[in-house]
Write a protein that binds this ligand. Structure first.
Ligand code: NAD
Length: 578
């Protein structure tokens, strides 16, 4: 697109005004249309205010701002868009309204003009169907606030031409944005892959596994999401989030992975909509309001570090497993204790298949022998793979243990109760769940732990578990036992959805990673995250959830299953827009 091409924007509300400003700041002439003159004037004032702030900050000169504002034309008539090379529509989210606007644009604009819609949930193909030239209709999904958020989802309708896609990808880049190209499927990338961040969190609370506060403390303090799912729903508006969920669910004709939750409906019914109504999952109407914050610091002083080192050495912590988590935990323990990783455990590179009985037997013999030699008081186990292999590995670990040793096992897979059932002394087991990368030690880093049903409540091992996790630098939070231990349960469901969207060809891996990091500020893109955790852990967690919870929404994506058997996350790398 040329430097002087005119950009038309239809609708001067929250998004339209923001998009117009983005185009002006890219140095392009803009025509902004709305049916209400007052809205146009307010939009202009808002742009002036934002630009003035940039002048104050020294980012722009007054002359440049004057030139930008001189490039802006306001109009209540669609005819003003006649000379626009591209028009971006941002009117309210109603199919009939969008279709009528596109039919008018088709009449008014040049035959070569690109017609883009900022819809967040409607089908581009259906909008384009009302035009004579559906090949030049495309989605350009900006995020709120448009001048700040870096992502633009470029949504390709059934009939959108390759030239149109290329032109809007270039335009998005000219705007200083990162385009992520995706197919015209419900929710596009972000609103689809993010669904289970909310949906699974609601189920965790709904089935009594953990409270909203604990879920938020884990997803923020352990998994490093900028906000926990409940704090985020309060910010977005519980009603808005519920509407998006319902629309994606209906657009997929009742696919259970997107099923809304009754908690959402109840909150909307009583008007507890989040921050905007003073109350949602949290209260915002008094000073103590808002979501919880973890501030407790552990072992920050030199003295405390020494105390920690000697306490951990005395526990003789030994890490075993076959996952990247096991490798990270072993390195972690070694760095705290101040010794070599090889002294702190035995970690294999990946599980073996359950039919490879010779390899399993060899591993089991070595595991028992090494644990017997190390005489640990605590073993941290993080195995993945099929249940038969996992069971034998854990049994081999137990055979090397002394009577009173504690066995902490990863919940990136079956519940602690299920894993404990494989052992002679099930009451010695506790479950823990954390994601990778491990959080740096320090303030408020949380971790989930569980007690299996075979152990008595308030058993002394509970205190040992809490003490040990604190020694490792975490704030331990107890949740009810279950596959995935909350934090891996929610994350694995997000990753399962990402795998399914990749399988359906919704977007390339690089575009999906860019979209989730820039559109929702995830700490890692889903594909990057699967690689970090290892396919075995992700696959095993989803599979364990499916076996434990039974609902079809947990069925693993066939792609996860195939990657597990192929031992690699095999994604087609596209042009990297990130
Ligand atoms: P908004 O209500 O703030 O603004 C819509 C504007 O469109 C209003 O100013 C209205 O006067 C104008 N309008 C209505 N009918 C018109 C017509 N026939 N011709 C010209 N103007 C007309 O809405 P919004 O939040 O800016 O959302 C606009 C679109 O952007 C929707 O499709 C929405 O789904 C999408 N979107 C919104 C967000 C968000 O967070 N608000 C984020 C991404 C995408």
């Amino acid at each position: 697109m040329s430097d002087s091409m005119r950009v038309g924007v239809v609708g001067a509300g929250t998004m339209g005004a923001g998009i117009a400003l983005v185009a002006l700041q890219a140095g392009l002439p803009v025509v902004l249309c709305d049916v209400q003159e007052g809205v146009l004037q307010r939009a202009k004032q808002e742009m002036e205010r934002r630009l003035a702030r940039r002048v104050e900050k020294g980012e722009l000169t007054a002359d440049v701002v004057t030139a930008m504002l001189g490039n802006l034309r306001l109009s209540t008539e669609m005819a003003a868009l006649a000379d626009a090379a591209v028009v971006i529509e941002a009117v309210p989210e109603r199919m009939s309204l969008k279709q009528s606007i596109f039919a008018q644009l088709d009449e008014v604009c040049q035959d070569t003009a690109i017609l883009a819609t900022n819809t967040s949930s409607l089908s581009i193909t259906e909008i384009a169907a009302q035009t004579q030239h559906p090949h030049r209709v495309v989605g350009m999904h900006f995020f709120n606030p448009a001048p700040v958020m870096k992502l633009v989802e470029v949504v390709v309708g059934e009939e959108t031409s390759a030239q149109t896609v290329e032109a809007v990808v270039n335009l998005a880049e000219q705007f200083g944005k990162t385009p992520a190209v995706c197919k015209d499927t419900p929710g596009f990338i972000v609103n689809r892959v993010a669904r289970n961040f909310y949906g699974e969190a609601l189920r965790v609370v709904g089935d009594g596994t953990a409270s909203t506060e604990v879920v938020d403390r884990l997803m923020h303090g352990n998994a490093r999401f900028p906000l926990g799912p409940f704090s985020l729903m309060d910010m977005i508006g519980i009603d808005v989030n519920f509407d998006v969920t319902t629309s994606v669910y209906e657009a997929f004709y009742g696919e259970p992975r997107y099923r809304p939750h009754p908690i959402q409906a109840r909150k909307v019914a009583v008007g507890q909509l989040g921050r905007k109504s003073g109350r949602g999952f949290y209260r915002y109407d008094d000073e103590a309001g808002g979501p919880p914050r973890d501030r407790q610091a552990f072992y920050s002083s030199e003295e405390q570090q020494t105390e920690r080192r000697s306490a951990l050495s005395a526990e003789r912590v030994y890490v075993v497993g076959d996952t990247p988590l096991a490798a990270s935990l072993r390195a972690w323990v070694a760095s705290v204790v101040g010794t070599e990783a090889s002294d702190c455990g035995l970690v294999y590179e990946g599980p073996v298949f359950e039919w490879d009985s010779a390899a399993i037997a060899a591993r089991c013999t070595e595991l028992t022998r090494c644990i017997h030699a190390a005489q640990p008081k605590v073993v941290i186990a993080a195995f993945a793979g099929e249940p038969a292999y996992h069971r034998q590995a854990l049994q081999a670990v137990e055979q090397g243990l002394t009577e009173d040793a504690l066995l902490l096992t990863s919940l990136a897979g079956p519940s602690a109760t299920e894993q404990a059932s494989w052992l002679a002394r099930p009451a010695r087991v506790r479950g823990f769940a954390t994601v990778l990368p491990l959080p740096e030690p320090g303030r408020g880093k949380t971790i989930a732990w569980t007690r299996p049903l075979q152990a008595d409540a308030a058993d002394a091992l509970d205190d040992r578990t809490v003490g040990l996790l604190q020694l490792l630098g975490w704030t331990p939070l107890q949740v009810r036992d279950g596959a995935g231990g909350v934090v891996m349960r929610i994350l694995a469901m997000v990753l399962n959805e990402a795998a399914e969207a990749l399988r359906e060809g919704v977007a390339k891996a690089s575009d999906m990673d860019a979209a989730m990091k820039l559109g929702t500020r995830y700490p890692l893109g889903p594909v990057q995250w699967m690689k970090e955790l290892g396919i075995a852990s992700v696959w095993q967690t989803v599979n364990a959830l499916w076996r434990e919870l039974g609902d079809d929404r947990y069925r693993p994506s066939p792609l996860l299953r195939q990657w597990w058997y192929a031992r690699k996350i095999d994604v087609e790398e596209g042009p990297n827009h990130a």
